[in-house]
Design a protein around this ligand. Sequence first.
Ligand SMILES: *Cc1c(COP(=O)(O)O)cnc(C)c1O
Length: 429
Amino acid sequence: MSRDQSLTNEALFERAQRVIPGGVNSPVRAFRSVGGTPYFVAEASGPFVYDVEGRRYIDYVQSYGPGICGHAHPAVVEAVRQAAGRGTSYGAPTRDEVLMAEEMCARVVGLEMVRLTNSGTEAVMSAVRLARGVTGRPTVVKFAGCYHGHSDSLLVAGGSGVAQQGLAGSEGVTAGAVADTIVAPYNVVPELDESVAVVCVEPVAANMGLVAPEPGFLQGLRDACDAAGALLLFDEVITGFRLCRGGAAEWFGVRPDIWCFGKVIGGGLPVGAFGASTEIMSGLAPLGGVYQAGTLSGNPLATAAGLAVLGLLDDDAYVLLESTAAALQEGMAGAFAAAGVTAVLPRVGPLLGLFFTEDAPRDFDEARKSADNGRYPPFFHGMLRRGVAFAPGAYEAIFPSLAHTEAEIEATVAAAAATASEMERDSEG
Ligand SMILES: *Cc1c(COP(=O)(O)O)cnc(C)c1O
């Protein structure tokens, strides 16, 4: 790869910090919790990212989820290239928006209408407004450690970068904005009263590391919502179209009232979506009184990419994705065990997590204890030095893609073995 020798990671980071807060456009990308200088990506292909210094990494970040087919998949690239040639935004409806909505509704049982947004944040924010609008109730229940994007009322006790920075929520959010938000511990069915409009949950919590729902938790939420007349919202921005064709609702056999999607359905383009039954979605403008809009919503590049990705996600793809994740789980667990490093890799289908503790955490308190025990930074840097990129924070999930072959899994496991011995040696010394 040809490159400008003056563009080192170090030099770019220095310049970035002068003109971009923290040098990053999203806090999770900063290396603050692991230390050091972020690698600046020059390009990516399949399971690999390449930094500006020409170094190659096996990438398990995959843009935190969108890269389910790996980077720059030829079918996705070609779809975007062709779409770009036809114009990048019109402010009028398109065929591909219809195809996209039809494809999503065909895969997810109970999903009858969807609206596309530009991000997962927008999707959840709009879905909560819709839930409040159609129920006429104010209260939102969320679970500690779940991340639903960065809108004011949902940041409180958020996972991902909010957790990484040790923030309870965010400065700049008024007491009023969170007055109607109730935070409950994950994996415990809360008591709901008649003020509750909606219960928002990540059906697999994937922003506090990976925390699986305990048996009965999601069904318990379904029952509690039905009893209280509240709506159940599955934030499937990570799990949607990833766990299986029908996402977490199909995987766990529990149907929410409202779904939120993002990440996978954009193939790396900015996109989100929320949907529900025709009855609920009819509350949305222009049919109903709940307003929601977007200049770029349903963007032709995003729908082209999304359709290309969904086209690649057939039954075989899910089998492959899960077996790749299982091989990674098994291999890394073996490497840690052999080196005497205590670790657990919880897995739900193709979604994988990593905690340096004996047991898999069940809620945010447990996740926080294990994420903050100081074991993650040496693991992260040991792997990065060996050409394997995990997220620069212990609160993120691991995202193997369809492009990760046995060779990459083997290389990753070998790197984990070497890193684990190093961690063990250093903790003894
Ligand atoms: C990433 C994420 C969001 C926010 O999506 P953005 O596109 O980053 O705004 C919301 N919910 C969950 C579960 C997520 O993982």
